[in-house]
Design a protein around this ligand. Structure first.
Ligand code: PLP
Length: 387
């Protein structure tokens, strides 16, 4: 009997060929077919690596995580829909009620919210420590301490944490050492070389680097990543195959992009450093950075972020932002296009001045994410806005 055309239109599919496409095709599929019941049984029994369902795995996601493993030097990785879901999963899969987390207090805002608002709801305790004060870290250790969580360089203050020292500390106290490596990226800094057990990323920033997609990834020791995978496979923060395809392509240019972001940033930072409207400027690869020695030890370059303090405070910050002509005023960072932000009047405006100062968000603080435009054009826009 002839098939109904409606059925044909639904069932006809391009056969997979044994030729290899030069650019990976997109696997926009929620699930995968099996030839027979036995293959399907084996996949569900974890006896094969066959893809089952895109919440668990997908070829585009695997390409992205394989590339991240190569770059970060980690055994395994799991990709998520955003940086925050990667960070959240690393806590929820590996900590339980009664455990204690030690974290540096200069961390990304939403990470701070998870640690202080949500983890305590599940009986997970935390202590914040000062990035540069190792005695405070030692005093924070309890018998139930399970994880050390840090970010270096920090956002937006560009404080650095000595990864070698932190790694030693984590080993001595048997803590899972978890590092947010978003600001540096693996082509600039590899936390596993200093003893990190886990590395988390917002792929939304430099990894994509072109402001297109949200994504996150957590890499590290295979046994830890397996636990995170099992948590995510059930709770569902999977990265979309489309975003994974975009991110896989992005990683192919990460090294050359970061080299240019960093050389642009170093040039601009050096030119701006002694500007009369600025009271201080921080960039990890300028000798004036208070932790220049640490930057040289653990980072291959200074990254793409500069921050500085305007002498005129809050009002000068608003005025600077208003006068910019080329730089984008947007909440993201790590893009081909240069971006300026003034945390005191935007991301941290709901805090009181005292609360802001406690987390080093000073009134005139400006953060610049240096893009890939010509360095003279970026500098010229900043200079005219400072004038
Ligand atoms: C943006 C960012 C995150 C969160 O990532 P999303 O992809 O926005 O969820 C985490 N850590 C740092 C340092 C970030 O800059």
């Amino acid at each position: 009997m002839a098939e109904n055309p409606i059925t044909s239109a639904i069932r006809i599919q391009t056969e997979r060929t044994n030729e290899m496409e030069h650019s990976t095709p997109m696997f926009l599929t929620s699930s995968f077919c099996f030839d027979n019941a036995e293959d399907m049984r084996a996949a569900f029994a974890d006896e094969s690596d066959d893809n089952i369902y895109s919440r668990f795995s997908n070829p585009n996601i695997k390409e992205f995580t394989d590339k991240m493993c190569a770059l970060e030097g980690v055994e395994a990785a799991y990709a998520t829909a955003s940086g925050m879901s990667a960070i959240f999963a690393s806590f929820m899969a590996l900590l339980k009620a009664g455990d204690h987390l030690i974290a540096c207090k200069s961390i990304f805002g939403s990470t701070h919210t998870i640690i202080t608002k949500y983890l305590p709801k599940y009986g997970i305790e935390y202590t914040y420590v000062d990035a540069g004060n190792i005695d405070e870290w030692k005093a924070a250790v309890r018998p139930n301490s399970k994880m050390l969580y840090i970010e270096t360089p920090t956002n937006p203050g560009l404080e650095l944490i000595d990864l070698e020292l932190a790694g030693k500390f984590a080993r001595e106290h048997k803590l899972i050492f978890n590092v947010d490596n978003c600001f540096a990226t693996p082509v600039c800094q590899r936390p596993v070389d200093f003893g990190a057990d886990l590395v988390v990323h917002s792929a939304t920033k430099w990894l994509d680097g072109q402001g297109r997609v949200l994504g996150g990834v957590v890499g590290g020791k295979a046994n830890l990543i397996h636990d995170i995978y099992l948590f995510c496979r059930s709770s569902g923060p999977a990265l979309s195959p489309f975003n994974a395809w975009v991110l896989s392509k992005s990683l192919e240019t990460l090294d050359v992009r970061m080299e240019r972001h960093a050389s642009n940033a170093l040039y601009i930072a050096a030119q701006l450093e002694s500007h009369p409207a600025i009271s201080w400027l921080k960039y990890p690869y300028l000798p004036s950075h208070p932790q220049y020695a640490i930057a040289k030890k653990q980072m291959k370059n200074g990254g793409g972020i500069i921050c500085f303090e305007l002498k005129g405070g809050l009002e000068a910050g608003r005025e600077f932002m208003n006068k910019l002509k080329m730089l984008s005023l947007t909440a993201n960072l790590g893009d081909t296009r240069s971006i300026a932000s003034h945390p005191a009047s935007t991301t941290h405006a709901k805090l009181s001045e005292a609360e802001r100062l406690a987390v080093n968000i000073t009134n005139g603080l400006i953060r610049i994410s240096v893009g890939l435009e010509h360095r003279d054009d970026i500098l010229a826009d900043i200079l005219q806005a400072l004038a």
